[in-house]
Ligand binder design. Structure first.
Ligand SMILES: Cc1cc2nc3c(=O)[nH]c(=O)nc-3n(C[C@H](O)[C@H](O)[C@H](O)COP(=O)(O)O)c2cc1C
Length: 189
């Protein structure tokens, strides 16, 4: 089985991101090829990166228990869906910190992006930035993505997605993610 981790990167009170990430989780779980886990960064309160050397220089000797657990979780993953909002034309700082803590654990694994925002731009600028950062981490960023505008209007009060065409789009992204995750897993082996 391909281990797919969905990273929910908004941690603020009243966030919209939880509805988006839960929908991504529900859709991913309909796919037999994936073992799916939602990693909510609220559950991973990592300290800001404060080490004298880069993460690869730490050689796996992470100084905090939370980072050790985060490293183990990412190391065990074969691919990622990063669910991100747009904050000031970028992605949340809490996500950057979670990315920055590790290096080899991300290497040669695919990352797909599901972005959203309160306005019409739909998080596209967050995704463009994340693609650049991904390359430096030796993540393989996918060309196909889900970009959802006006996120506050996309779900019912109980969290059900109102427009099924988004699920079709997400399944298309998952098709590509499956290919990359399986191909890179074989390559790493
Ligand atoms: C700090 C901050 C900055 C924001 N900047 C933008 C922005 O640049 N462009 C945009 O379309 N929406 C922006 N928004 C609106 C968010 O995209 C919208 O509130 C979205 O629901 C945030 O995701 P969240 O609810 O999961 O935290 C911003 C929101 C916050 C809290």
């Amino acid at each position: 089985m391909t281990k797919l981790s969905i990273i929910l990167s908004s941690t603020r009170q009243g966030r919209q991101g939880e509805k988006v990430a839960r929908w991504v989780e529900r859709v991913a779980k309909t796919r037999p090829e994936f073992e799916v886990e939602l990693l909510d960064l609220r559950d991973w309160p990592l300290p800001f990166y404060d080490q004298a050397v880069t993460p690869s220089g730490l050689k796996g000797m992470y100084p905090y228990e939370a980072v050790q657990r985060w490293a183990a979780k990412i190391a065990a993953s074969d691919g990622f869906i990063i669910v991100t909002p747009e904050y000031n034309h970028g992605y949340p700082a809490v996500l950057k910190n979670a990315l920055d803590w590790l290096y080899s654990e991300w290497n040669r694994k695919p990352a797909a992006f599901v972005a959203y925002s309160g306005g019409q731009i739909s998080g596209a600028r967050s995704v463009e930035q994340l693609r650049l950062v991904s390359l430096e981490l030796q993540l393989v960023p996918l060309r196909f993505d889900v970009l959802m505008p006006s996120v506050q209007n996309q779900f019912s009060t109980t969290g059900e997605l109102l427009d099924d065409s988004w699920t079709k789009r997400l399944n298309g992204v998952l098709n590509h993610l499956t290919w990359w995750a399986e191909t890179l897993k074989a390559g790493r082996a």
